[in-house]
Design a protein around this ligand. Structure first.
Ligand SMILES: Cc1cc2nc3c(=O)[nH]c(=O)nc-3n(C[C@H](O)[C@H](O)[C@H](O)COP(=O)(O)O)c2cc1C
Length: 164
């Protein structure tokens, strides 16, 4: 990195941009569920329907999920901060005790999420120290009555009244 560039300041300033929080999930080659917390998720294109996110090059879960060719985007509810942190921390089995079912493309749908977006991997390209993963949406669902989506700002899960 450029010596004049302060990575702490980069994180601190970019933390002022609030994001939603998703868990990207999929099955690895052994059929075991894998997932990681992602804030860099975005809608990209309507026609064709494309979404994307940026996993770090050192992500362990993403290469395991990518083997399947598919993934599911689980949009977390405001009440799911335990899952937000669990899927961001090192663990042998992040799904231990987590209630999930199969999405149409066989990726894990985590119970309690406010929306699910099932995708086939369209492309993967390296940008700096991250990958840009583009997914082609195959099916999607907003869950009625699932509550408000999670919002993350300045390093913490916040309620919208805290977005000052
Ligand atoms: C709210 C939040 C958002 C995150 N967003 C990203 C992200 O967009 N890209 C990324 O690479 N890591 C992100 N992380 C960090 C990963 O979840 C974390 O590095 C995780 O341990 C990666 O797991 P893995 O090595 O099993 O893939 C985020 C963490 C949190 C708490």
């Amino acid at each position: 990195m450029n010596d004049s560039f302060d990575s702490k300041e980069f994180r601190q300033v970019l933390g002022h941009f609030p994001t939603g929080v998703v868990i990207i999930s999929g099955l690895d080659g052994a059929g075991k569920p894998q997932g990681l917390t992602i804030g860099s998720f975005s809608s990209i294109s309507l026609d064709p329907p494309l979404v994307g996110f940026f996993p770090g090059l050192n992500s362990k879960s993403w290469p395991a999920i990518a083997e399947s060719g598919f993934f599911c985007v689980n949009v977390l509810a405001a009440s799911q901060s335990d899952l937000c942190w669990r899927f961001a921390k090192e663990s042998e089995d992040r799904f231990n005790g987590v209630d999930w079912s199969n999405s149409p493309n066989n990726s894990p749908k985590i119970a309690g999420a406010v929306a699910y977006i099932d995708c086939a991997i369209e492309s993967s390209s390296q940008i700096g120290d991250h990958l840009l993963i583009v997914g082609r949406v195959q099916s999607l669902e907003a869950v009625a009555g699932a509550g408000s989506p999670m919002v993350f700002s300045k390093g913490a899960v916040v309620t919208t009244s805290q977005l000052t």
